[in-house]
Design a protein around this ligand. Structure first.
Ligand code: IMP
Ligand code: MG
Length: 182
């Protein structure tokens, strides 16, 4: 599988170093708080597992699964929660863990939906951000790496559900920034 991809967008070494930094920062920012780390599946699974272990502080783990309508590679703008959390987040400090923030629609939807459950705080941590593609100005409190508009796969991110298990992040040629085949 790795033969079809070129140079990693972010090397595994840089990824590891940055996630350790984020983990230290989050552990310090949430000292004495009631942290619940909410992974947005499927895309965040690889980042989540590494980030959770880099936060050397007490926390709860939980997950939700979202899909966007339609079969397009990127979100169509209508986000749907298909599997909900198992924990009650009322009064807790929620940190959403996302693979990538692109248009901002997914984050906006989730922050709005989860805020109704009255958490004490709700923040967002994304491994990747494409600031130039934002359609909604969402606040991303922790960002691993800002990247260009190119479509990337690996380390949890997919193209039509494939390549999530590639151990590093790579640009998928033949696919435009909207996730359409060129
Ligand atoms: P947003 O709602 O437009 O911010 O998009 C967020 C979702 O779109 C992410 O959670 C990914 O599932 C998907 N996405 C956006 N850009 C990429 C990419 O370059 N590769 C793979 N998935 C992407
Ligand atoms: Mg996706």
């Amino acid at each position: 599988m790795e033969k079809i991809f070129g140079r990693p967008v972010v090397t595994q070494e840089d990824m590891k170093r940055r996630i350790e930094e984020l983990g230290r920062q989050i552990a310090s920012d949430y000292a004495g708080k009631d942290l619940i780390l909410v992974g947005i599946l499927k895309g965040a699974f690889a980042f989540y597992a590494d980030l959770a272990r880099a936060i050397r502080a007490p926390l709860l783990v939980d997950f939700l699964i979202v899909t966007s309508y339609g079969s397009k590679a990127k979100t169509s703008g209508k986000v749907k929660m298909v599997t909900d959390l198992t924990e009650d987040i009322k009064g807790r400090d929620v940190l959403l863990v996302e693979d990538i923030v692109d248009s901002g629609l997914t984050v906006q939807y989730l922050v709005k939906a989860l805020s109704k459950r009255k958490p004490r705080s709700i923040k967002v941590c994304a491994l990747l951000s494409k600031p130039k593609r934002r359609r909604i100005a969402v606040k991303v409190d922790y960002v691993g790496f800002e990247i260009s508009n190119k479509y990337v796969v690996g380390y949890g991110l997919d193209y039509q559900q494939q390549y999530r298990n590639l151990p590093y992040l790579a640009v998928l040629d033949q696919v435009d920034e909207e996730g359409h085949k060129t």
